[in-house]
Design a protein around this ligand. Sequence first.
Ligand code: N2P
Length: 437
Amino acid sequence: MKKIFAAAAVAATVFASCFSLGAKDRKEVLKVYNWSDYIAEGVIADFEQWYFEQTGEQIEVSYMTFDVNEAMLSKIEKGQEDYDVVCPSDYIIERMLNNNLLLPLDFAALPDSINYIYKYRSPYIEKMFRSINPAIDANNYSVAYMWGTTGILYNSDKVPAEDVATWDVIRNPKYAGKVLMKDAPRDVYGPVLIYLKQKELAEGTVTLQDLMMDSSAESIAAVKEYLLECKKGVCGWEADLGKELMTKERALVSLNWSGDAVWAIEEAAEVGVNLDYTVPEEGSTVWFDGWVIPKYAKNVKAATYFIDFMCRPDIAIRNMDETGYVASNGAWEVLESQIDPEYEPINLSYFFGEEADSVCVNPVLYPDQAVIDRCALEHDWGEKTEDLLSMWQDVKGSKAGASTYIIIGAVILAIVAAVVFSRRSKNGRGKRPARRR
Ligand code: N2P
């Protein structure tokens, strides 16, 4: 429930800022457009203070959120908003680069003493960003924020591990009516296609990378047919509420991102519900969200400082601890903050360097090399993206099904909780605790 309280608090902040920003000079405003539930409480206010200390200039952040990559992209492509800094996923960064929508980043403008970007960038992240767009090095236009895998979050009391070793668990009749799908077409398409082509993958006639580029009518049709079968058992298409529905056991299986899984596993444990997360054996996608400055930006200087501030290790740790997602920050301090002897040692030398070849950290946060080896990066499909989006709409359909009612129910619950919260706040209670570690 604390997530709902936090959402209500963010909504109130955004509402309030709409009024206060009206009178501001645009140069004193930084428009940030980020995923929802993707930053720690207080970080924005701390940035405003830090920016003033560094530059002697006032800045007020106008913070807006989105839940779906494609919805965010459409606003940028239409030039509807002059956002200064945005956080798209890899394949969207690729598309923005192809369509000349981004400004190159200039971190030379930052004083050396506060230049955190290159100092703490993981070699893995740098390599993966180079592979985002074969034509243009994305490292010159984007700085990674969070990253993770796509996999299955499941109720480990009710779903045996062997059932989630395969993506086909989302079609397993045993869990009909208890399956949640991420409302993210590319992140569902990739795993389903990998599942459908597992024989070809095993034989070596296709690679994971080939599948990430496969926008053929034949493959889209095959994924559609599979998803229509799954739909009978799907109880919701969610962008952000899935993790809570899992903690409340309204669903047992959720195709989800590793960060939402970490958050849900820890929240569920507090109420005696056992959740776990796995990346199915057939393979999956690894994704990266990165800060970019769109070409319509009006405050490039503050945007550059903002991106830099997000790379400060203590800020990265706060964002990780509260959201459940993993920072792309390769600082040793970040790794140390996550060490917990409760976990089995894993090899993270690919991310933190040779010394990290046996570290006890949560493997859902930081996937072991073996998981990384069976994951691939999604790529932009250009014009063909429309075919995917149209297939997605066909699959989800326009009629209200069980999923719609679940989401409507959750929204009503959120509104009731927000009202209760605002009453409690007036009495000086209701402060949101940080995510348990
Ligand atoms: C957090 C969204 C994470 C986006 N609410 C994963 N690409």
